[in-house]
Ligand binder design. Structure first.
Ligand SMILES: Cc1ncc(COP(=O)(O)O)c(C=O)c1O
Length: 397
């Protein structure tokens, strides 16, 4: 049977990350490819206790249809938490619960941009969002990043060159894939340009609570006076991704439209897990739990960085030193192809994700390679970094 697919899906390729995750069942193989938090951090005992309490006290409500905006107590707790701790959200904003940050990004684009209009994003950027935009037939324009995130000095010329730009999509804090954090000055400049050119910003920040060092940098949303920023957050990285609970904080009028779009997408997010997350986040121990996650990831990040430092010969590659999040981004010298390196690594039983996966033009050659440090064990980090360094030392002439 020859299937006829819609134009909207025809250009989408299966995510290279998903394909790589399937690969290599060999227990000796090491993977730096995933973007997953470590299951060691999942608060499973507490979740089991809360789950049994919900079955005992609220099963009727937990397994009934709910409202599309989300479970009201979780919306309130989330709203209060991000406002108190991160000055994010004003009286004119609301919070809705979505099925992961991924859905928040997709819904925001759906209600704010028409087919064919432009979204400006970082280059490289999160493939889930890029595919979410592609499937809506939005045009993507990438702006290169350096250690301080998107190079906002290049933003204005792109806004001028693409007057149909409706959205700037940014991951300002501990970016996926490159680990960078957008500086305060650039955050202000981005917001200023968004005002000047009348575009909305999607601030995607699923990692902002996973900081291992350095000063807190205010969210763009916290500086937003005119309802220009849609803040997408998630409980995936600080509780567990399988529960699929994220949230969006933004102007009420925009969230009302997103709620209508969500209604036709999945009616509402899983109510049982919304109730469970509500009780978890309301618990006094929730901040201590996040601190424990940070402790584990800080250790793994440090291990990876020091192994790279020790093992890669000077001049053969550079890499980012993320202050938080889950990723280190390695860059080969100009002209070298990260994809070719990943093929060599794969043969040596190390999986990494090639940089072009995260590019606006997936056929472009990228000298970047993404490494994840949250999931591998200490021994796997040591072993994987040895394979990586040995391969880079040989590959780069
Ligand atoms: C930058 C970024 N945004 C959004 C998401 C989506 O997270 P979730 O849908 O699990 O909340 C991810 C997941 O890896 C991500 O890296």
């Amino acid at each position: 049977m020859k299937y006829r697919f819609s134009d909207r899906i025809a250009t989408l390729k299966p995510s290279a990350i998903r394909e790589m995750l399937k690969a290599d069942p060999d227990p000796e193989a090491v993977s730096f490819a995933a973007g997953n938090p470590s299951p060691e951090t999942f608060p499973t005992e507490q979740m089991a206790r809360i789950a049994s309490d919900i079955f005992a006290d609220e099963a009727g409500a937990a397994f009934q249809y709910g409202i599309t905006e989300g479970y009201m107590p979780l919306r309130q707790v989330t709203r209060e938490r991000i406002r108190r701790k991160y000055q994010t959200g004003t009286d004119d904003d609301d919070v809705i619960i979505v099925s992961g940050g991924q859905q928040g990004i997709e819904l925001a684009a759906k209600v704010l941009a028409n087919e064919g209009e432009t979204v400006i994003c970082e280059e490289p950027s999160f493939i889930g969002a890029l595919n979410g935009f592609r499937v809506q037939n939005l045009k993507l324009v990438g702006i290169p990043c350096d250690g301080d995130g998107m190079q906002t000095d290049l933003l204005e010329e792109q806004l001028k060159a693409h007057p149909d730009t409706r959205l700037i999509y940014t991951i300002p804090t501990f970016q996926n894939p490159n680990g960078s954090t957008l500086s305060l000055e650039r955050r202000k400049r981005m917001l200023e340009l968004a005002e000047q050119y009348d575009v909305m910003i999607i601030e995607d920040s699923p990692y902002f609570e996973l900081r291992y060092e350095g000063e807190y940098v205010p969210t763009i949303k916290s500086m937003d006076k005119n309802g220009r920023v849609i803040f997408c957050g998630s409980y995936s990285k600080v509780i567990a991704p399988g529960i699929r609970i994220g949230y969006v904080c933004g102007p009420k009028e925009v969230l009302t439209k997103m709620t209508v779009a969500k209604q036709v997408s999945d009616v509402h997010t899983n109510l049982f897990f919304q109730m469970l997350v509500c009780r978890l986040v309301s618990d006094d121990g929730f901040d201590a739990h996040i601190a424990e996650c940070c402790k584990l990831y800080r250790h793994r990040r440090d291990l990876m960085l020091s192994a790279l430092e020790k093992k890669i010969e000077p001049g053969k590659a550079t890499w980012t030193r993320p202050f938080g999040g889950l990723f280190v981004w390695v860059q080969l010298p100009e002209g070298y192809d990260g994809m070719e390196l990943c093929r060599i690594l794969k043969e040596k039983k190390l999986t990494c994700v090639p940089g072009n996966t995260f590019c606006v033009d997936a056929n472009a050659i990228s000298n970047g390679v993404r490494l994840n440090f949250s999931l591998p064990t200490d021994a796997q980090i040591e072993k994987g970094c040895s394979i990586l360094a040995e391969s880079i030392n040989e590959f780069v002439k």
